[in-house]
Design a protein around this ligand. Structure first.
Ligand SMILES: [Ca+2]
Ligand SMILES: [Ca+2]
Length: 389
């Protein structure tokens, strides 16, 4: 009906001689279907390499495992007794080893009962691939958290086989202790760790601050709350959604094979504006976002929920585009990178990607091993798959 109306309007426009027909409505080849519901604050969805199963992270401390068609395979790991969940805390990150099929290792990032960040390694159970060995925990990294918010939380292996860790600035407001610019703390950074040792981690020899004062774990600094980042599975490019303060939300970028050491600006800058100090922030010395959007509007926008670059096959309209959302407005956009730089094109897809009942609060957009995308509605307890209409 809607399509017919648009067609009629387009014909009318031609008849009146007022221009060429409209292109197909944005998102005409897109749809959204509810795959899972009734979950307890789902924040992430991850698949091991080469594995068709979907592992859904519930912020309350559970990892559930499903078939790709939504068939329930049970609870993979229950960490609810280890975590303090609520607000921005809880079980926040999950990454499977690049060699998971052989080594059975996976990594989680959660806020422990003291409110501090713990990154732990676990092993799959010997007898059942749908269960983790809950007694196999090994500490990889512990980071104290001064406040309850801005825990970052995401873990992902890069194309280089290293584990990347998104760390928020420690919280509070305005990064009053200037942690994101302080090379002496891991807060407000993206970390790069070699997790091949039996426990803990090693520093990759080519990390950018080896032999310099900033801590050797740091890959990038000047981040406020990089809750979701993504390595494009086709190019290796890095996309970081960094949650802003009161004015701007931003998307940061680094090309594949970047040597690291980028300073993305926070708290000197929020988005493309000076923040602290309010003027004279010397943007030329910092890495500016590739895309920003302002707080406000109707629906009200206030907090970016990062996503993924689409490299699946089911939805050609999205190929090579980076999808992201806003937690407050539940709008969804697709960003098309510009070869050779320049401002990327951004298309809003909110209408085309509405499931029945809409979204209550989007936490992230994630991909499975086939490259297909899922919207994680943390507040609505649902996982919504993006499909061709
Ligand atoms: Ca150093
Ligand atoms: Ca920034």
């Amino acid at each position: 009906m809607h399509a017919i109306r648009i067609l009629l309007l387009a014909c009318l426009a031609i008849a009146l001689g007022c221009g060429s027909p409209e292109p197909p409505p944005a998102g005409a080849a897109l749809g959204a279907e509810v795959l899972l519901s009734g979950l307890d604050r789902p924040v992430r969805l991850v698949s091991p390499p080469g594995d068709a199963r979907l592992f859904v992270v519930e912020q309350v401390g559970r990892i559930r495992v499903y078939d790709r068609d939504g068939g329930d395979r049970g609870v993979f790991l229950d960490l609810t007794s280890q975590t303090v969940a609520g607000g921005e805390r809880g079980l926040l990150g999950l990454a499977f080893s690049p060699d998971y099929a052989d080594d059975g290792r996976f990594y989680v990032n959660y806020t422990n009962r003291d409110g501090d960040t713990r990154i732990m390694r676990y092993h799959v159970a010997t007898a059942d691939p749908d269960r983790a060995d809950s007694g196999s925990a090994v500490l990889v990294l512990a980071v104290d958290q001064p406040f309850g918010n801005h825990n970052g939380g995401m873990l992902a292996f890069g194309p280089d086989g290293m584990l990347y860790v998104g760390m928020g600035d420690g919280g509070g407001s305005g990064d009053t202790d200037n942690r994101a610019q302080d090379g002496g703390t891991l807060l407000g950074k993206l970390l790069r760790l070699d997790v091949s040792p039996p426990s803990g981690y090693a520093i990759p020899a080519d990390n950018p601050f080896v032999g310099e004062p900033p801590r050797d774990e740091i890959w990038a600094l000047g981040l406020r709350n990089p809750w979701v980042f993504d390595f494009d599975t086709a190019t290796g490019d890095l996309w970081i959604a960094d949650v802003g303060q009161d004015a701007w939300e931003e998307i940061d970028f680094a090309p594949a094979n970047d040597p690291g050491g980028r300073n993305y600006g926070w708290r000197l800058m929020e988005g493309s504006d000076c923040f602290e100090p309010p003027s004279g922030c010397e943007p030329d010395t910092l890495v500016l976002p590739v895309h920003v959007y302002a707080h406000g509007g109707d629906p009200y926008r206030c907090s970016i929920s990062g996503g993924c670059v689409y490299r699946g096959t089911a939805v050609p309209h999205l190929s090579g585009r980076y999808l992201f959302a806003d937690f407050c407005s539940n709008q969804i956009w697709a960003l098309t990178p510009r070869a050779g730089g320049g401002a990327p094109a951004v298309e809003e897809l909110t209408a085309a990607l509405q499931p029945p009942g809409g979204y209550a609060g989007i936490a992230s957009i994630c991909r499975d091993d086939a490259g297909e995308l899922y919207v994680l509605d943390v507040a609505g307890g649902r996982v919504v798959r993006i499909v061709a209409d």
